[in-house]
Design a protein around this ligand. Sequence first.
Ligand code: ADP
Ligand code: MG
Length: 334
Amino acid sequence: MKIGELGEFGLISRIASGLANGTGVITGIGDDAAVTALSPGMQLLTSTDMLVEDVHFRRVWHDPYRLGRKSLAVSISDIAAMGGIPRWALLSLAVPPDTPLEFLDAFTRGFLAMAAEHGVALIGGDTCSSRDGLTISVTIMGEQEPERIVRRSGARPDDDIWVTGTLGDAALGLELLEKGKLPSPVTVEEERLISRLLDPSPRAAVGRALAEAGLVSAMIDVSDGLLADFGHIAELSALGGTIHLDALPLSPDFRTVLLSHPSSHPDLALAGGEEYELAFTAPAANREKIVQLMKKSGIDARPVGIVTASPEVTVVLADGSTYAPQNKGYNHFT
Ligand code: ADP
Ligand code: MG
């Protein structure tokens, strides 16, 4: 069966059936607007993201289940980067009528699995037909106490620059897909890198915990690459920074796959996007507390540089010399 035969309202009720009631949801899907209540003393965080077929994803690479997960994950990541608690989501779809029903069902299962993992309730959306490709738009809302919300603009000179997890995995996964490494043969290391791209894990619990502990001065999620994303913190904080190339956290998979793909470059860890890790700044005095908090959360984080009063962002090698990233488009940072 195709979506076109199901119709708009059939499709909506298929998405909406069996939804759990979420925190603060007073009226969910079905009315003209959803009604939600913020927890006492909280402010509302709102963010929206669009995923367009053949711009943000390709159906030949992205199975519908993981596409559903990622559609929400990228939005949860934005709330995490503010130190917020993700709560409610709106899902808008422009769907080609010849889309198989199984595609939509798997997409919905993925979306709702990601929602359940992070305590997010689907409270509405919009549905229409598309003449050319699938477009997914997700709006997320979260909440946090006003003094706990972490902005890009809060970095101070001499703060440490930190990143969670590892960098470059998703970017290298994308290069593998672009080189036509799917469907086979794919090594386990390659498969894990591809999975970092197709099914990212937003760092929601950690972002929230760092914010609530009052340990961080500025934060952003790494969606455009560390250089570009730290650049956003630097710009909005009217500062610069020094990033130590040797300090960048690389996964064993990244190192292994890089060796077997000499045409791929380690600069992927500096400039590769879609990692959905968190980059944040914090006073050096908070180092030990951050290490403890990360240990408890089970996610690694490490300092990769220092915020500077002068407004340039530079990358340096172990001997202190300046490194010019090979990736075009990032040379202006050096
Ligand atoms: P309206 O005509 O007022 O825009 P709709 O018929 O588009 O209302 O939507 C009916 C209900 O279904 C609304 O509560 C809306 O939020 C919800 N809804 C529509 N599309 C989706 C979707 N893709 N996912 C979740 N909820 C949806
Ligand atoms: Mg509508």
